[in-house]
Each structure stands twice: as C-alpha cells, then as structure tokens.
Design a protein around this ligand. Structure first.
Ligand code: ADP
Length: 490
C-alpha cells in the first residue's frame, strides 16, 4: 500500500490534553498509522496547560503568524511541533494564546465557536503553507467538523485539496457544538449561509457536528452498536435524520487499546506488574491501592472501581439507591476517581462520609491513579446510559478487573455475560437502564466473586481479549483506501 498523507485533527491528544477517551484515541490511532508507514500529522490546540518549554517542542518553519479572519478581526496562530509519543506521529500544536489559554479545554465563553473554527482553519492554512496536500483529513468530533464545509467553500479554489477526502469520526454525539446562527460572519461563512442545515438555520442555530455530517465524505463512530443506536430517536440526540440522510452509511469501528500504556505487564504507574499467568501481583496492587487511599485493608468482598467523567451519560443515577445498600450489606470497598456534575460529586462525597474506611472519592483528574485503580480493583462499574465505545471497560478487562456494564454501544460489543456453567464471558451485563438492572448485575458479580476458581477464569477471559490498534487501525486504513479509490465505503 502506498503511504498516505493523513491529517488528523482533534481537540485533545494524550498525554498533552485529555478529558476522556478521545485523547487516548487521538494519540494511539495516529501512532499506529505512522508505524504502518503513513505520513500522518496530528493537529490540536496548544492549551495553556501544555508545557510550552518542552525541549522536544520546536517552531515549524513557515508556520508562524498565520492570520485567520474572525469576523473582520485578524487572529494569529503559530505552530509548534513535537510527537504524540516516542515513536509516534508528528504533532502540530496550534499556539494561539488568545483562544487556548483558558482554565479548561472547553467552556462556555462567547467565543467558543471561534476557538474551534480556528482549529479547523489554522489546520487548513498550515497545509497550504507547507504545500502538503492530505489524501485524508480525519476530523474528530464537533471541534473539527467544519473542515469538510470549509473545503467546499473558502478553500475550494485551492487545487492542493482537489483529491482530499474527509472522514468525520463521532466519538460522542451528545456534544455537537451548537451556536446561534449569528456566528456565520465569525466563521468566515457570511454569504455561504445556505450551506448550513436549512431548518436549524431557520430556527436560529448552527450545529458544527451536523454540518460535518452533511459534508464529510465518510462518517464513522466508535462501535458498531453505537453506529446503529445513533440512527434512532432514542440515542440520536436530534442527529438521526441527518445521519439517515447520508444513506445510513455510518460506519462503526471499535476503538483500539494502546497496550503499551494500558497493560499490567509493563505499566510503570502501578506498584507491582502482573500478567494472566501471575495474578498474585494483582493482590499487591489491591492492598496498596487501599492503603494509598486510606481505606480499611483486606475486605472479604471485592474492591469496586469507578474512573469517569461524572456526567449523566455514565449512569450514576442508577447507583444512588443501590450503592448504599450494597455497601451496608457487604464487606466491600468503593474507589471513585472523577469530577464533573455537582450532583454526582456531592453524592460520592456524602457516600464517603457515610461509609468511612469503605469508600474513597477522589475528586479530580489523576492519570497515575487511574492506572492504579484499574490494577487494584476487582470489579469496574460502568452502567452507562449510553456509551459510544468506552475504553475503561477494555482497560479493566486487560487488568483482570471485571466490568459491570449496561448493554449499550461499545459496552455491548466488548463485554459478554459471565456464564459459570461453561466458563465463558468477561463481565456482568444488564440490559434495561434501571436501578434493578444495575443491582442485579452488581449482585451477580458479588456472588461470583466468592467462587475463587470461577473468578480466576473470568479474570483470565478478560485479560485474553485483544483490542489492539493493530487490528482496529486496519479498518480505518481500509476506509481511507476505499474513499480514495471512489469505492463505496461499506
Ligand atoms: P469518555 O471518553 O466518555 O470519557 P472512555 O471510557 O472512552 O470515556 O475514556 C475515558 C478515559 O479518560 C480513560 O482513559 C480514563 O482512564 C480517563 N479518565 C476519565 N476520568 C478520569 C480521571 N478523573 N482521572 C484520570 N483519568 C480519567
């Protein structure tokens, strides 16, 4: 296969900036593609939280003071280059302090639309200055979703992009980038208003993600089940008609896992490495996790782990009544790492007060602790309302930490119900989004935990799963080549 020029555009890339799974994917997938010999360049904002003085960060020749018109005002941006990871893909950081030096990656400031229009425009301007014509521009989520529109309008004159094809990957359809229709001037789209979704525009809205759905050459999302779900009113969040309008050709490609980072055999963030053949090490991680977090040692029952954005998507409402019941009736521990909605933060803070020594709520983001929770827990809770792919359940399986999940999206595609009769399955799966469903699955996990031999089998089943980017990345390459050769994408 001839090497492809792939421009990968994302609002977050691990370890530089991360709020969730998008960052992990935006680091690992380009890394796989670069490793397969392709000319991949990743573009992302240079947020204020990124260390600007890294020794390996260099200004890119020719990419300084790129001026982008934002509603009649010139805003400039310069590009610094590093790599996503040692041996990874080149990473181009767009330095524009006016937009990117904010408290958080995302916000609700009045210029939020400009911040990500800048990501799209500065990426295209950089390609032009470098005279680097991508075969594929891979846009991720709403933040990069205006690129296909820009290619058809502001940049349509430039032959550099004549053969460029675009892919839009939807990592989470709940985040769409919806703004008032008064922003078209800022976007440089005055005079092109007819290109936006007509009914939305008439209703006073511009929706970045929907615009991408209208104009990208191919649309993917991050699991097969989610690809089906988002074409229904229940999960489509208002996008189902636009997706169907694309001939229903939404392709589901499950995310991969970067096992060089997420594997207990070589994880340098955990106290003791271990593998499926030497599970004793897991016990050490469990003891140390409880001690690190000040919890009482040696519970008879399992250590339950949660690592998550505290958002309603993740199904915390189901835990409200169930967890106090389980904690009161069993010798278990609960470790929660996350931050987000106030209602969930205060729920877990209260739970910690009610069950001293049994519950630890660590409010915040802590990458190292996330690894230690994966390694030190016995059971991982992920009863999501919806879950495009979910990485934590895949990480958990690799660490022998048995997931309790709801059957939706990527969770449905990756976790199979444990069957003690024939020793098959990798976790505990419930169907209906209800507290009863969650209670049933968690109780089944607690019961199964008592069967030491069976539990070992269950852990090993999970540890043997392989979701590496070597297999998942090939699906993207296949899609790119189909697009470039004009073949149907499915
Ligand atoms: P989502 O992308 O919806 O947030 P995923 O399961 O796909 O969910 O990915 C979540 C990623 O973010 C995982 O790598 C997880 O370890 C990480 N993560 C989430 N919350 C935290 C946190 N508070 N501290 C550290 N890592 C976190």
């Amino acid at each position: 296969m001839n090497p492809l020029r792939i421009c990968f555009v994302s609002s977050e890339v691990a370890p530089f900036a991360k709020t969730g799974g998008l960052a992990d994917v935006s680091s690992a997938l380009p890394g796989f593609l670069a490793g397969a010999g392709h000319d991949v360049r990743v573009f992302m904002p240079m947020y204020g939280s990124i260390n600007h003085d890294r020794a390996d960060m260099k200004p890119v020749h020719g990419l300084t003071d790129i001026a982008v018109d934002m509603g009649g005002r010139q805003v400039t941006c310069s590009v610094h280059e590093t790599v996503t990871a040692p041996g990874g893909a080149p990473l181009y950081l767009l330095d524009c302090p006016e937009y990117y030096h904010r408290e958080a990656l995302y916000g609700s400031d009045p210029d939020e639309h400009q911040r990500f229009a800048m990501l799209c425009r500065a990426t295209l301007e950089s390609c032009q200055r470098l005279q680097w014509g991508p075969d594929i521009i891979h846009c991720n989520d709403w933040h990069a979703a205006l690129i296909p529109l820009y290619l058809r309008t502001l940049y349509a004159w430039d032959q550099l992009f004549n053969d460029t094809r675009t892919v839009l990957t939807i990592h989470n359809i709940a985040y769409q980038g919806v703004f008032s229709s008064g922003i078209t001037h800022d976007l440089g789209m005055a005079g092109h208003e007819n290109m936006f979704h007509r009914e939305d525009f008439a209703a006073g809205q511009v929706n970045f993600l929907k615009t991408g759905i209208l104009y990208a050459d191919a649309i993917t999302t991050v699991s097969e089940t989610y690809a089906r779900e988002i074409q229904t009113p229940e999960y489509g969040m208002g996008m189902e008609a636009a997706l169907k309008g694309r001939g229903g050709s939404v392709i589901g490609i499950l995310n991969g896992v970067d096992y060089s980072i997420w594997s207990p055999e070589n994880d340098s963030d955990i106290p003791r490495q271990y593998s499926a053949d030497g599970l004793d090490g897991k016990r050490v991680n469990r003891d140390q996790l409880l001690s690190e977090l000040g919890l009482s040692p040696d519970p008879v029952g399992p250590v339950l782990g949660v690592i998550s954005r505290l958002a309603s998507q993740k199904g915390f409402d189901l835990m409200f009544g169930v967890l106090p019941e389980i904690l009161a009736g069993n010798d278990v521990r609960l470790v929660v790492l996350g931050s987000g909605a106030e209602s969930y933060e205060s729920y877990f803070a209260t739970l910690q007060l009610e069950f001293p020594g049994k519950v630890c709520f660590y409010r915040g983001f802590n990458a190292g602790l996330a690894h230690r929770i994966e390694a030190g827990s016995d059971v991982f809770l992920m009863p999501s309302r919806f879950e495009p792919c979910g990485l934590n359940q895949m990480y958990s399986m690799r660490y022998g930490t048995v997931p309790v999940v709801r059957k939706t999206g990527g969770l449905a595609d990756t976790v199979k119900m444990w069957n003690p009769e024939d020793g098959s399955g990798t976790g505990f799966v419930f169907d209906h989004f209800s507290a009863d469903g969650f209670r049933w699955a968690l109780q089944a996990a607690l019961n199964s935990f008592k069967d030491t031999e069976g539990w070992r089998r269950l852990m090993k089943n999970g540890m043997e799963q392989n979701y590496s980017w070597n297999s998942q990345g090939r699906h993207y390459l296949n899609l790119y080549t189909r697009l470039l050769s004009g073949r149907p994408v499915r």
